[in-house]
Design a protein around this ligand. Structure first.
Ligand code: PMP
Length: 303
């Protein structure tokens, strides 16, 4: 059910999210022609906003979509939306569609992209699973090959991830992991995959079909700072089954440990490497978003 507190910035206007609408001729809706970002905010401050905006800009450029606003204006719109929402912690969905056009595919008929920014809550996994770990399965649905749709583009096309998610639902699992066409691990349906083997952290390279996750980059940064060896390496299902630890990372998912993959129990869940990374991650969020005495006015009142 829609959150009555959710708000939406739509082409410059703030509205209750339930009242924000776009045309049925929008190619974002008709063809998945558009790009988006998910951004978390904590204490009224968006986390890693600049990185998200830069990725949005690259995604838009890759699909030949000219953003109708500069990144500074988009950043200001994100902050305005958070302020209008009035809650301290939540999730932002920033979407740029090709805009309304004619029924054919040709994007030349879409003259004005639509931009909307929703501020809402988002809990991808129940709290007990976040603590004790989720059950994951490897989906039969494969990640689209990079020569079809480059995994670095965060586009509105999520259908194969949704098909994988349906597989997980049917199997009674909380998440599905997609392999690429070569059978190597790509990513989860909305998150990146990390495993621990012999104390080293491994994650698949983007060339294996992983989105260049902003959370993934933060985890790599924190692991380096903590002295935990971390490598990008292709991973086979075997590596997942035999890992000491496995966890998923994403803006929506945040950090969630995996306790079982295709019925194989992992040795440690939550494991010591995950615990160290999780506490460093929380500390990093606090350091980057905690209100400072001189910017009291910018933080919404949540009392
Ligand atoms: N992979 C996919 C397919 C995703 O949708 C997401 C969520 N944006 C991620 C990975 C994780 O990326 P991020 O940490 O930037 O949210």
């Amino acid at each position: 059910m829609a959150n009555p507190l959710a708000v939406c910035w739509l082409n410059g206007r703030i509205l209750p999210a339930g009242e924000a609408t776009v045309s049925v001729f929008d190619h974002g809706l008709l063809y998945g022609d558009g790009v988006f970002e998910g951004v978390r905010f904590y204490s009224g401050q968006p986390f890693r906003l600049e990185e998200h905006l830069l990725r949005l800009e690259r995604s838009a450029r890759a699909i030949a979509l000219t953003l109708p606003l500069g990144l500074a204006e988009l950043g200001a719109a994100v902050r305005e939306t958070i302020e209008a929402a009035g809650f301290a912690d939540g999730y932002i969905r920033l979407v740029v569609t090709r805009g309304a056009g004619s029924m054919g595919l040709d994007p030349r008929h879409c003259t004005r992209p639509n931009v909307f920014i929703i501020a809402d809550g988002l809990t991808l996994f129940p709290e007990d699973k976040r603590v004790h770990g989720i059950r994951a399965m490897i989906a039969a649905t494969r990640r689209l090959p990079a020569d079809g749709l480059d995994p670095r583009i965060k586009s509105l096309n999520y259908l194969n991830h949704i098909l994988a998610r349906i597989e997980a639902n049917r199997a009674g699992c909380e998440e599905a992991i997609l392999l690429n066409a070569r059978g190597m691990v790509a990513e989860g349906t909305a998150d990146n995959v990390f495993i621990v083997l012999d104390g080293t952290l491994y994650t698949p390279p983007p060339s294996d079909g992983a989105l260049e996750g902003i959370t993934r980059a933060v985890i790599i940064e924190l692991a380096c700072r903590l002295g935990i060896p971390v490598r990008e390496r292709s991973l086979a299902p075997y590596d997942l089954y035999t890992a000491e630890e496995c966890f998923l990372t994403g803006t929506g998912a945040e950090l969630v440990p995996v306790r079982e993959i295709d019925g194989r129990r992992l040795t440690l869940c939550p494991g010591p490497v995950f615990e160290r990374i999780l506490s460093a991650f929380r500390e990093q969020i606090r350091a980057e978003t905690e209100p400072h005495p001189d910017d009291q006015l910018r933080v919404p009142d949540v009392s």
